[in-house]
Design a protein around this ligand. Sequence first.
Ligand code: SR1
Ligand code: MG
Length: 406
Amino acid sequence: MTTQLEQVYEPLNTKTAIELSKNLQLFDLHDELTAEEIGDGNLNLVFRILHIESGNSIIIKQALPYAKVVGDSWPLTLDRARIESESLQRTYQLVPKLTPKVYYNDPKLAVTIMDDLSHLIILRKGLIAGHQYPKLAKDIGTFLAHTLFFNSDYGMNQQEKKIQSSRFINPELCKITEDLVFTDPFFDHDTNNIEAELKSFVEHVIWADQPLKLEVAKLKKLFLTKAETLVHGDLHTGSIFVSQEETFVIDPEFAYYGPIGFDIGAFLANIILNYLSQDAHLSDQPQKKAEFRQYLLDVLTTTWTVFEQEFTSLWISYPQDAFMKVDGFLEQTLADIWKDTVGFAGCKVIRRMIGLAGVEDVESIKDSPARIAVKKQALTLGKHLILNRHELTTIDKLVKVVSSNA
Ligand code: SR1
Ligand code: MG
């Protein structure tokens, strides 16, 4: 399908976004449409196109050639839009109920057109408001098991996996993660964003700790080298839409071939950060705080448990390698995934407290001493996860550490 706009890249506006959707015959030429730019992330434009009469709507997402969060001084590849589109389409093959359908993508325009999910809420916002989502943990556990298994050498033809992995070489977005998650927060780097009251704590507890740095170096090496599966690459609670009935994972522009534990660790870390933040958000409602925090702990447990059960069942049903029937190999693989998960979760917790991009869960705490207290707890906990990941061998042990640190 050709469009008038596809030859030259230029950022869309509400008018050209409507034109594009009509040129693509996603709506009729004479339909009365509205367009709204609703992107609140760090990197892209997101337009919601609505046909007022029928209520039908679509999302047009367009990558900008720079990081929106910083400005045009930080150029960023448009190829991430292609990677996001292809990742969404692959994921839709595996878990169609948990990922939006892509209707069109144009690598030159850096555009992906997909289902509009704006009847749902971004999980981070729902959790900050103290809402519980009964299907969330089972859905995310299932999402993780199916996507991480079927894109790996365990669940995909091993030659096809090599070919597929070549389409997900994502050096610029990986570099953002290498810097902002694994490197910069552990040194006095100018990308960090540290509140004045926290600076000396960070100097002593994070930057001066050489054993911590050694463990982070090992985790960064895993991120750099362990090309196990196609990961989402940025699976925080801002990348998930939810309601009481539905769960959808969006935004895989950081997708690449990396360690299985990376996505799991990212999700658990963001649940942990919300858990810690509720100390402040629900400080005047102790009963609700206890109930909501128990819900979040259950999310941690159920997510991992469902992942482990599903991954095991897929391993038994669809083995791609003769060694997968050897006693002990599954158990060893799961133990390695879990250990990586805990370490990555620790890095993700720390980066959100002192790195370039914070999280609303914590930044929205208005009371400054309460916010600093949560950040200190998070830094202490993140460090504990990294240093003790070899001993924190079960989800129950992790949950105990989270609940006893807060
Ligand atoms: C410059 S991008 C900052 C962060 O936003 C994304 O969601 C990723 O987490 C990235 O590290
Ligand atoms: Mg994102």
